[in-house]
Ligand binder design. Sequence first.
Ligand code: NAD
Length: 347
Amino acid sequence: PVAPVTVHETLPSRVLVGPGARHRIPGEIERLGARRVLLVATGSARAAAGELAGALGPRLAARFDGAVVHTPVAVTGEAMEVVGETSADAVVAIGGGSAVGLAKALSVRTGMPQVAVPTTYAGSEVTPVLGETENGVKTTRRDPAITPGTVVYDPELTLTMPAGLTLTSSLNALAHAVEALWAPDATALSDALATEAADGILTVLPHVLADLSALRGRGRLQESAWLAGLCLARTRTGLHHQLAHVLGGMFDLPHAELHALLLAHVMAFNLPWAPKAAARLERIAGGDPVEVVGRLAGGHDGPTTLGALGVPRDALRAVAERVVDRPYPNPRPPETEALTRLLYSAW
Ligand code: NAD
């Protein structure tokens, strides 16, 4: 058979990486020609947002600190009112995926350019994807115009991440890389990004967990999360992300914790069917990747099972059925019995 032709499309974006990169944000705003900046932040990024507000001076139009997880349309509506009142012409997001999601939602509605300054490893800042919730229903859209045009990675902004978030958010990033390795539309480029991302995370994470103030290690984790986000932007996700979407949607679960606890179970399920991904991950992990990831995932004080997250055990079969009904592309075709068993082990 003739190998299919792959098409690479690179989204235009400008990425600044390194300690202190946040001090360049005012210059980036100037570069965009913006005069009235709306600053959106999550509570955790209050200090960084305050610092930036000072640096922006009169170019700061307003601050909106109300970003919350899963981009509820109602919250976006409140922020849109602020945009209207202040005639903001650019939006800067500082915080986790929640702040970045809100900036994307505002940009889609207004065409405002975005500067994303992530403080977790979720990776949303480099993807053309926006998930929004309304009346408990999450809808996702994909459009190159959604991708923030400027991204600023400053590892100093990640030093405040507690151990639990550092671990779960890193495994969230690792999940993007792992699924890219077995994606049906993987390319040489996505393989390279995923391999480097997984290597960075598995190599450095134990050191950062032992010393949360290790700036160089934090920098490597953040760079790995960037590459993992690029994987998410480039390839179709499979069973892991589908389970996270279905479970997260049905039971309103915390994003990073859910990804972290599912990953090893999905790897155990899929890797025998994805020999190339298995070989790469085994090389990177220096042993059985399922065991290595499973051990990491169990190493924090937060919930590490679906049961601990409050998911009722008798709902798991329905979750499996939902997945089997319209499966995302996956190396191992999901089937209700096997999937229910996977969910029981994660429970
Ligand atoms: P989040 O933004 O909700 O942050 C999680 C928690 O960590 C919050 O309480 C936050 O205040 C805190 N926090 C963030 N940065 C911190 C720091 N540096 N120090 C201390 N605390 C900090 O969660 P997240 O996991 O970053 O992102 C999840 C959201 O992003 C979800 O809405 C998810 O759907 C979305 N997401 C979207 C994409 C995409 O491509 N569209 C990709 C990944 C995630």
